[in-house]
Design a binder for this molecule. Structure first.
Ligand code: VTB
Length: 330
């Protein structure tokens, strides 16, 4: 009988795909207990505690490169924190234990618990600052969009590449005063604008999910969220360009210290996620991408999306959790 040779690191990586689902599930459940309580900080902390505890059970030698802040602020899951039980591969980890803390606090759609994992040294070590971003889904010729072109031009280029009128294009942006001119320019060429109050990791991913009706993400959001979104697009395809917004001397110094030689660099997905990666997100509140955590009488249900760039496989995992004591550790 022919034997099948499976490389050990690939087996490990496939196993990790399921393991990281447990991590985002636990974070999501912990945050979801505080949905609608108006407590941004408490729900974030609950997600962080759960995510950290679960990460430390994983067979990895991990370093948090996108986390809850920098070490001197002493949060948990700080940038540079080591996680995992050290029995596995050296990996970089990007986390946002509760992406959309305000969404969770107000019980509004679209809060998620999310993380990405990749070989050590392959994820962009971005500071916790703003980032200019543009993204579209898969299937378009390279160069269809350009971060440095005006928003209306990007809409026209995308409409042409999609073979539709600009009025059939929908752009998604964070609802912020800083985007007023961009929104006006997009509407002027006839395209629709979909505004979100928070949660731009999902906003970028929506461009690659036809069911959402979103074609393009534009505007300024958080840099950590940008790297997480890039990891997801690395798995499912699409184009994304970004640039850090370094607007103070202090931030400039911090960026250089973090190993970024050219803070003005325009990044493609491959610059932010240099190799293969895993991405997972579990819904905290129900949104366009995922259902939120459901608390039943003797069961908790979660919905998670997990992606693997090696194969481009995307799994949606609906889990029914019955060992509820595992979710009552805080
Ligand atoms: C986004 C969004 C986050 O921060 O990155 C945004 O995805 C950017 O910062 O959910 P501002 O809120 O300052 O515009 C969040 O909204 C989290 O605060």
């Amino acid at each position: 009988m022919a034997s099948i040779t499976v490389q050990p690191h690939l087996v490990l990586e496939r196993v990790l795909t399921i393991e990281i689902v447990r991590v985002t599930e636990r974070a999501a459940v912990s945050a979801a207990r505080l949905r609608g309580h108006g407590k941004d900080k408490a729900s974030d902390q609950a997600a962080v505690d759960a995510m950290r505890r679960e990460l430390n059970n994983l067979p990895i030698d991990g370093t948090v490169v996108i986390g809850e802040g920098e070490m001197d602020e002493a949060p948990m899951l700080f940038i540079g924190e080591k996680v995992g039980n050290k029995s596995g591969p050296k990996v970089d980890i990007a986390v946002d234990p509760l992406e959309g803390t305000t969404l969770c606090a107000k019980n509004m759609p679209g809060a998620i618990a999310t993380l990405a994992m990749a070989d050590a040294g392959t994820l962009l070590h971005a500071p916790d600052c703003y980032m200019d971003k543009i993204a579209i889904g898969p299937g378009y010729p390279k160069g269809t969009i350009d971060l440095d072109a005006p928003a209306d031009e990007n809409i026209l280029r995308l409409a042409k590449a999609k073979g539709v009128k600009p009025s059939e294009i929908t752009a998604i942006l964070l609802d912020r005063p800083r985007h007023a001119d961009m929104i006006a320019a997009i509407r002027k060429v006839g395209a629709a604008v979909s505004l979100i109050s928070d949660g731009d990791v999902a906003g970028v991913i929506h461009c690659a999910e036809p069911k959402t009706g979103i074609d393009i993400y534009l505007g300024i959001g958080g840099a950590p969220e940008g790297v997480l979104a890039a990891a997801a697009l690395r798995c499912i395809g699409g184009q994304m360009q970004t640039r850090l917004i370094i607007d103070t001397e202090e931030l400039h110094e911090r960026t250089i210290k973090m190993g970024i030689k050219d803070p003005r660099k325009k990044y493609d997905i491959e610059d932010m996620v240099k190799g293969d990666c895993l991405f997972a997100a579990t819904g905290v509140t129900t949104g366009a991408m995922l259902r939120g955590v459901m608390f039943g009488k003797d069961m908790i249900e979660t919905e998670t999306v997990v992606m693997r760039s090696v194969t481009g496989t995307v799994r949606k995992i609906v889990a029914e959790h019955r060992q509820l004591e595992k979710f009552h550790l805080d």
